[in-house]
Design a protein around this ligand. Sequence first.
Ligand code: SAH
Length: 214
Amino acid sequence: MKDFRFQGLRNKLVSQLKEKGISDKRVLDAIAKIPRHLFFDEVFRNQFAYEDVAFPIGQDQTISQPYTVAFQSEMLNIKKGHKVLEIGTGSGYQTAVLSFLGAKVFSIERQRVLFEKASIFLSENGYRAHLFFGDGFKGKKVFAPYDSIIVTCGAPFIPISLKKQLKIGGRMVIPVGEGNVQQMKLIVRSSEDEFKESTYGEFKFVPMLKNINN
Ligand code: SAH
């Protein structure tokens, strides 16, 4: 398919996201510009890359639905130069969106194969991010504190280690719940030991798992 065809599909996707309530112009611009089809295996690019659905990326994992990516990105209210920690690199698409928004991104993935694939792909395509293979429950203390933390897998609970890695005033967006459906939660660290929590409806994610997978 030609590039202008993909651009057309991206524009259509952006209109759908607007209709569904996404209004942050920079987030919509990221979705309009980033070639999501390149994050897919070649055989699926033409057909599925710009549908507003999650899609398999191998290793039993999925690239998040564009609406979910936009929703979580909008909630973080990212400013240029913000330090953002992502849990669940997966395809690297959300990582690319955060980097497009001007964030300094640190992203952790527990599946070795996906970690390696995303590392190569993102650097080859000019997206700057620091990727790590490891367990997201622990976060990445050496680079803390973060302006924002985004968890892109369904967490069984809110890990305390992640809360502790937020700046005062920092925001964490995390889908919480076991099973098929999670509640999207926003945690704002209002002081050293105070956290404000609010809930934003149901979403579906693959589970956040404990031990790493080599
Ligand atoms: N942000 C990704 C979404 C991928 S799906 C994208 O845009 O494509 C969620 C990812 O979280 C999967 O790749 C899964 O392997 C990873 N994951 C699950 N549990 C994890 C953990 N404890 N630490 C780090 N990554 C984890």
